[in-house]
Design a protein around this ligand. Sequence first.
Ligand SMILES: Cc1cc2nc3c(=O)[nH]c(=O)nc-3n(C[C@H](O)[C@H](O)[C@H](O)COP(=O)(O)O)c2cc1C
Length: 436
Amino acid sequence: MIPNVDLSMEFCGIQFKNPFLLSSSPVSNSAEMVAKAFEAGWSGVVFKTLNSDRLPIIHPSPRMHCVHFGGKREMAVQNVEMISDRPLKDNLTEFLFLKKNYPEHPIIASIMGFFEDEWVYLAQAAEDNGADMLELNFSCPHMCIEGAGHKVGQAFRLLEGFTEAVKKNVAIPVMAKMTPNITDMTEAAMYAKNGGADAISAINTVRGISQVGLDDWVPKPNVFGKGAISGTSGPAVKPIGLNFIASLAQCKALGLPLSGIGGIETWIDVLEYMLLGASTIQVTTGIMHYGYRIVEDMIEGLSDYMAARGVRQVSELVGKALPHLHETEAFDLKRQGIAQYDLDQCIGCGQCYIVCRDAAGQALEWDGEHRRPKLIEDKCLSCMLCKFVCPVPRLVSFKEMPQGWRRRKTAVMDRNLEKDVKLEPFTKEGPNECVI
Ligand SMILES: Cc1cc2nc3c(=O)[nH]c(=O)nc-3n(C[C@H](O)[C@H](O)[C@H](O)COP(=O)(O)O)c2cc1C
């Protein structure tokens, strides 16, 4: 039974029955699909980016490639899909259908123009046909037509100008969807804000190449012998999405509501985005893998979590991790710790010993007879690699050492290399001793 907590979320003055939205992509391509998603539990949709019919949109074929990683399928999706290839009239008619039949599910129209009048035309057309809000697509990284998508998202004045033009001509709220293919998103977002944006969504796909054909040497997807740098999505990009959402949320001068996107599949992903500042979240790849039903897990998981933590209203979670997010200079380096082992649980696989030997501090000795590791505490780097490779979940844990405890310097020193090599003292301005 789902506990009685309140998942409803107000976003830019619009009421959503939960924070879970379809992001603009194949999962939000038609009213028929969106209706199914609403019935599954999604509260709103960012419809597949509209185009104005001025230019014919032809999708490359094939348009996607998926990278599996270990047991995890669709760890990354590589796509070269364009914005909607459907006639504008069809898309708008479907907005009206959705508005009539699902009036409590807000429709966000994603639009992309190539020049100012086109942005305004699309924005007004969407508003006139029932869109509750707009998302300006400044972020598709692989448009086959020059002068659109993330190229605009990287040209901040252009982004500001298009936002301003749209804002002047519609009454509904406007959200700018940002490209992750820049270093500092806060700067770009400030330009969107100056143009009048009411909210920011991030991220669109990350420019990438996820696989190259080993037989034909063509990056994938292989479009009849040609590859391209294109958009990566899915769990592989979640750390990038979280980074940008957290940076935007930390930017006090920005102060706009955020919609988090990138690699969200479960209620835990949702929660992490919200704790770092997102008020709503959007999903594509998770649905391209498991279908619309993943929203059931999101509703149930988040509700259970809230009930267990005594959180009544979901908005109370937004930004809760931010006070704990610092620059690394803030770390207290006087506090140090090591790995500790509950060897009663050990199955003797030796993975910890191998990684400690080849990638860490050589702090483990191996008792071959009993097949058990033995820790030399003052050599442990507390990298915790042993914990991450250990197949037994709680066998290895982190233990803080008393103040003043010292870690031995790296193991190569033990071999007394100075006996074999003569160190040349550094000359001029360099330090004159070799510090390892
Ligand atoms: C096949 C495909 C098509 C997409 N088309 C659009 C689009 O038309 N407009 C847009 O703003 N984003 C588009 N996106 C980006 C997604 O909306 C989303 O920002 C991105 O995939 C990251 O989220 P995810 O990891 O949940 O997929 C597309 C993504 C994919 C995979």
